[in-house]
Design a protein around this ligand. Structure first.
Ligand code: SRM
Ligand code: SF4
Length: 515
């Protein structure tokens, strides 16, 4: 590996770089038995609170001793056996155990005790799952079209491509020291359909389908990211690649970033800052050098031509007589019995496959027409609806104060309660995408929503109270564009009336007759 040593040895290294230079995060892989033996309180603080994240194990200051485990689920796909294994893991923690579908088509498990980690990791490996390199300065879960291989209008099946990129970056799930010391986190998305169902524009690298001289491949976007200080949509690299080159180009871009991204100021370390520093032309030239060949210029246009679908409800597949059913999982929260049940339904009615979306919902694919009616009568569909009300349908929320120490407000429970109240008051003619995020880190992506709500502190009657900054105008799918902050510091207790107004004035909502 060729880490630019000047970037690592300079005195300007931030404190994260210093502890990474002392010991690579991935090395704690060999210490898990010892950590389990001595218990969480005795583990070296940096190993416990930082390096374990290289394995997807997150110390939670809000619930000390109860860790979060972030998986990797390439393209958001798992099978019912894998879902059962994850359900068994959280089940043993009783009320502390739950799981969340994340905004990167992934699962996070809650309540995990360090003494169980060696056993949990053995189970994950036996079920061909990994959580490696899912946190800190690593590549996050790689997203792909949630209906890859089953969408009648699909352009490119993203599944093998996402898997190949993940395998290269993680050495087949074993961990890969070549990519465990990036200057910062890194996001990759591969879109295969016409509706940009992965939010390509907010990833450090995104591949979007495009024809060049009649051949189907991808235009490449780079540098999209959200942070507390700055949010940017990805920009075109002016490059087009065939599907066969996706993994090589991803590695080339990652290597350029790894060796040249800033390791001084962590607030200025994401890929876009390097592109700014160099200019796109130099960046592209360096990527070309690493890629080992000239990059083909971007195709004139990409094939993103549709509004974004949410995949909720019953949809015919490209395979005749087969259907996929999108289930609405309120703010992505799953309890163990629901996970077992989802696994059972996928096995009994489908082919055992379960898919997750970046809207924190689940899809059961491959249900034959003859089994559809029975599937739709299953009790789980009363909790995970196929036709939820218009606000609930598109509601997304980050973790918030219940488990996240960055949070300025509680999010998930509040989000669900508030839309229920608004739905009781209003007739809403269309789906309105409301995204909650507990702090400016923007994990809940308020900038892609019709209405984005970002946790902050507000003042009411002279007191400091929980509040939100209001974002509006996020556009997804074709011509995606980021929304902007239009109003600051609305106290949460005033939010319902403010949203009521906005829904009536801007989204055609009307008060329900009985009110
Ligand atoms: Fe995030 C950090 C949760 C998607 C931007 N994010 C965190 C941490 C790890 C902070 C912490 O240690 O507590 C949160 C864990 C809380 C917990 O217990 O769950 C956290 N992020 C999440 C998840 C679970 C939100 C969700 O409810 O779905 C998402 C997990 C995705 C996954 O499966 O890997 C999640 N985070 C995102 C996204 C959205 C996306 O990728 O589309 C973003 C904005 C996009 C981006 O990164 O460019 C995002 N998270 C951040 C940031 C700001 C990054 C930056 O450059 O400054 C942080 C803070 C940091 O990295 O320093 C952060
Ligand atoms: Fe935590 Fe903030 Fe991310 Fe929400 S947006 S999960 S509060 S870091």
């Amino acid at each position: 590996m060729t880490l630019a040593t000047d970037k690592l040895t300079t005195a300007k290294l931030n404190k994260f770089e210093k502890f990474k230079a002392e010991k690579d995060g991935l090395l704690v892989k060999d210490e898990l038995e010892e950590f389990a033996r001595i218990g969480w309180e005795a583990i070296d603080a940096t190993d416990r609170e930082q390096r374990l994240k290289w394995l997807g194990v997150f110390f939670r200051p809000v619930t000390p001793g109860k860790f979060m485990l972030r998986m990797r689920l390439p393209n958001g796909i798992l099978n019912s056996h894998q879902m059962k294994v994850l359900a068994e893991i959280v089940q043993r923690y009783g009320d502390d155990g739950s799981a969340d579908i994340t905004t990167r088509q992934n699962l996070q498990l809650r309540g995990i005790r360090i003494e169980d980690i060696p056993d949990i990791f053995r189970r994950l490996q036996a079920a061909q799952m990994t959580s490696v390199q899912s946190g800190m300065d690593n590549v996050r879960n790689i997203t792909g079209s949630p209906v890859a291989g089953i969408d009648a209008d699909e352009l490119i099946d993203t599944r093998p491509l996402v898997q190949e990129v993940q395998d290269r970056i993680t050495n087949g799930g074993e961990g890969n020291f070549a990519y465990t010391n990036l200057p910062r986190k890194f996001n990759i998305a591969i879109a295969g359909g016409k509706d940009n169902s992965v939010h390509a524009e907010i990833n450090d690298i995104a591949f979007v389908p495009a024809y060049k001289n009649g051949e189907l491949g991808f235009n490449v976007l780079v540098g999209g990211f959200f942070s507390a200080k700055r949010c940017e949509a990805a920009i075109p690299l002016n490059a087009w690649v065939t599907p066969a080159d996706v993994a090589d180009l991803s590695e080339a871009i990652l290597s350029v970033y790894r060796d040249n991204g800033s390791r001084a100021n962590r607030q200025k370390s994401r890929l876009m800052w390097l592109i700014d520093e160099w200019g796109l032309e130099k960046f592209r030239a360096e990527v070309e050098r690493e890629f080992g060949q000239e990059l083909t210029q971007a195709a004139e246009k990409d094939e993103i031509a549709w509004e974004k679908r949410d995949h909720i409800g019953v949809h015919p597949q490209k395979q005749p007589g087969m259907y996929y059913v999108g289930l609405h999982v309120p703010v992505g929260r799953l309890q163990a019995p629901q996970m077992f049940e989802l696994a059972r339904l996928a096995q009994v009615y489908g082919t055992g496959e379960i898919r997750l979306t970046v809207e924190q919902n689940a899809i059961v694919p491959n249900i034959p027409e003859t089994r559809l009616e029975a599937f739709l009568g299953e009790p789980l569909l009363e909790e995970f609806a196929i036709a939820p009300a218009e606000l609930s349908r598109s509601l997304v929320s980050c973790t918030g104060a219940q488990f996240c120490n960055f949070a300025l407000i509680e999010t998930k429970n509040r989000a669900v309660a508030l839309v229920k109240e608004l739905e009781a008051e209003l007739e809403i003619p269309r789906s309105v995408r409301i995204h909650w995020t507990g702090c400016p880190n923007s994990c809940g992506q308020p900038q892609v929503a019709d209405i984005g709500l970002m946790g902050t502190k507000a003042r009411k009657d002279g007191k400091v109270v929980e509040g939100v900054d209001l974002y509006m105008g996020g556009k997804v799918g074709k011509d995606a564009a980021l929304g902007e902050c239009v109003e600051k510091s609305i106290p949460c207790e005033d939010l319902k009336s403010r949203l009521h107004e906005i829904l009536v004035e801007q989204f055609g909502a009307t008060p329900k007759a009985h009110l």
